[in-house]
Design a protein around this ligand. Sequence first.
Ligand code: AMP
Ligand code: MG
Length: 487
Amino acid sequence: MSVAPVPTIELSDRFARELAELAVPWQAEPAPEPRLLVLNEPLAAELGLDPDWLRTPDGLRFLVGNLVPGGATPVAQAYAGHQFGNYVPRLGDGRALLLGELVTPGGKRLDLHLKGAGRTPFARGGDGLAAVGPMLREYLVSEAMSALGIPTTRSLAVVATGRPVRRETVLPGAVLSRVAGSHLRVGSFQYARATDDPDLLRRLADHAISRHHPAAAQAEHRYLALFEAVVAAQAELVARWMLVGFVHGVMNTDNMTISGETIDYGPCAFLDAFDPATVFSSIDLGGRYAYGNQPLVAEWNLARLAEALLPLFGDDAEQAVPLAVAALGRFREQYGDASLAGMRAKLGLPATVPAAEVASLTADLLALLQANSVDYTSFFRRLGSAARGESEPVRELVLDLAALDGWLARWRALAPDGAAMDRVNPAYIPRNHLVEEALAAAVEGNLDPLGRLLDAVTAPYDERPGLERYAAPPPEGSTDYVTFCGT
Ligand code: AMP
Ligand code: MG
């Protein structure tokens, strides 16, 4: 039998070197019996990692952090964060490790990161572990988001560890390996600011500029330009979430990136029936992170980022605060523009239709969807057929047909393009009842439903015969979905 040699995997420790104050060198806990549950072969190839090697015993040890490539320095990252509005000065990676940064054959620098790799110095009361179900959930939803064209961390693999995890019951443990533009968060800046070390804050900002917003380096006020770039990236991101009906569920400042990528898929879920008050997370009792609140929360989080960056905006607050306020003020405008452009595309309307008309059609449609509890994703997908003259598929979803027909007549008069709509309105999203079904089977050892759902949601616009149940609204009685955090 031939043994595949360990390939050279170069992982840079640039973060650990440049920002040592935010990095605690640490090792993953040994996994007694690593077993591959899912591997993202196309992503592995993009990263320059050999999928065949990743499947070998050494490859699995690499994917759980037990085989560390030479020269790499895995670290737990320190960050702070506002959790549900309350400031926590020291959070950090309680159960995650940054293995290092990888430069892809395409020249992109990406973090390679593990979740569920054991307790770290930031673990507080936690066990440092993750269960199979929630890690497969992050894998599935993040890959669906990526296929929808939404900036996000990506998932490389989920490996069962053979280690039991104690929650309400004993569950099988797993490690998720994921990649990201970086894991810099609003909370990273809050942590650096709280150290009262202006040099650390400046180094962190310079690091963020170089990794994510290099144009800011050319600006007259580079740190203000960094903040403006994050505001713009988050305005765009949250608009994209809203357009597909995504609810993040735990938009704490430690879960908001500087890169503008979606991160930390915990209690997230997609809307079925359209309702801005929708909350899935079991712990979000006040509805702070409800679907309709997400733009406001993003703006609130960005205000916390501005506070953290303030010393870099100017020597005295009197000068710095108005600059920060003006930069933050652009969020609403940018969010509004991105949201309107996205709705224009979802409705298939040409650029010649005035913005005010798109906005008014959107507002009336969303009110109608809400009043009739209409399945959001199905409605927009079926609206493509209505643009081609076939209205019955959307009419089947709505009770108040007089209102719908009136709206359709107004919209159709603007000559919507059905084919263009099919390219932006997904047929397949990770619907809650399908996710639950796939995860329940996976935890029992049957990975087929997960594989089928992954196939559907990773080509979301390409409607295929045989996948009808993946495109359909949930069956009656399967609503009132609840998701859980930190599992
Ligand atoms: P989250 O909101 O899920 O991103 O997690 C918030 C914080 O709790 C982060 O600092 C995590 O590292 C930490 N955390 C969550 N689950 C665990 C766990 N099982 N053990 C240790 N730390 C955890
Ligand atoms: Mg987090």
